[in-house]
Design a protein around this ligand. Structure first.
Ligand SMILES: NC(=O)c1ccc[n+]([C@@H]2O[C@H](COP(=O)([O-])OP(=O)(O)OC[C@H]3O[C@@H](n4cnc5c(N)ncnc54)[C@H](OP(=O)(O)O)[C@@H]3O)[C@@H](O)[C@H]2O)c1
Length: 239
């Protein structure tokens, strides 16, 4: 059984995801307010941790490298560090671009999901730093196996998927999102081309949401007029 996955995002009224572009209702920079509203709601959702794409994690772990990937995928065992009761901070980093200096991120235990083409020296550096890892697929596409393995390795029942839009789109297309938890912040981005909170980068002929229906499961007004919507994701035949 894979963990229950809740996609938790804060969005502008027009569905965009770059929070640093929004203003608070009083006209002041909104960054602190957005962070507070987002994290408080995440805390209420619970779960054993959170997952993000490599580009979102690069905001927290800025050191990156240019990987020399193996020519052929090579299966190797997972490594479990010492979470010691901490929540999990999981990054989907198929090429192993992020350079981790330790296994702790704001009190959470870092887990890296890498592809089977990552070099042994990179895995060794993760082990040296106590960062847990598991290998999945040849290019980051084995999301279903990855989350099932994560659930089994750490006994995860529920985990939050916290963006960005690219990884959310990949999870939706793979049928791996059970619920959307969407905070609508009272600001409009308005600029064409700014990413959305779900941005599928696959074939344009395949709409990732076409197999699903969405059922409202909760709504609430939070600080500064932010609206919190929760939608269950139903398979087409269930709706
Ligand atoms: N508003 C919000 O609530 C919110 C929440 C989170 C993030 N954000 C913002 O979102 C932005 C980043 O979003 P993003 O969409 O550019 O990037 P992202 O989703 O954070 O990361 C995308 C990366 O994930 C990796 N990946 C692993 N498996 C993948 C798969 N199956 N399919 C696709 N990619 C996979 C790839 O890394 P490689 O390129 O290394 O292959 C890919 O480039 C940041 O500016 C961040 O601040 C906003």
């Amino acid at each position: 059984m894979r963990p229950n996955i809740i996609c938790h995002m804060i969005s502008s009224i027009d569905g965009r995801l770059l929070t640093e572009r929004w203003n608070a209702p009083n006209g002041e920079p909104a960054t602190g307010l957005i962070h507070r509203v987002y994290e408080e709601a995440a805390g209420r959702l619970g779960g054993q941790g959170w997952m993000v794409g490599r580009r979102t994690m690069a905001h927290y772990i800025e050191d990156q490298r240019k990987p020399q990937l193996l020519e052929q995928p090579l299966k190797r065992p997972a490594f479990k560090g010492s979470p010691a009761g901490r929540k999990l901070a999981v990054v989907l980093d198929p090429s192993g671009k992020l350079l981790h200096a330790g296994d702790d991120l704001d009190g959470d235990h870092v887990v890296s999901i890498v592809s089977e083409r990552v070099e042994e020296a990179y895995l060794e550096s993760l082990r040296r730093n106590g960062v847990s890892y598991l290998l999945s697929g040849s290019d980051g596409s084995g999301l279903s196996d990855a989350v099932a393995a994560l659930g089994e390795m750490f006994d995860v029942k529920t985990i939050l998927l916290q963006g960005g839009g690219t990884i959310n789109g990949a999870f939706l297309a793979a049928g791996l999102i059970d619920e959307f938890s969407t905070l609508i912040f009272p600001s409009v981005d308005g600029m064409a081309g700014i990413a959305s909170i779900v941005d599928y980068h696959g074939s344009r002929t395949t709409q990732p949401s076409s197999d699903f229906r969405f059922q409202l499961a909760g709504n609430e007004t939070l600080e500064a007029g932010t609206v919190w919507l929760r939608h269950k994701v139903l398979r087409r035949h269930v709706a």
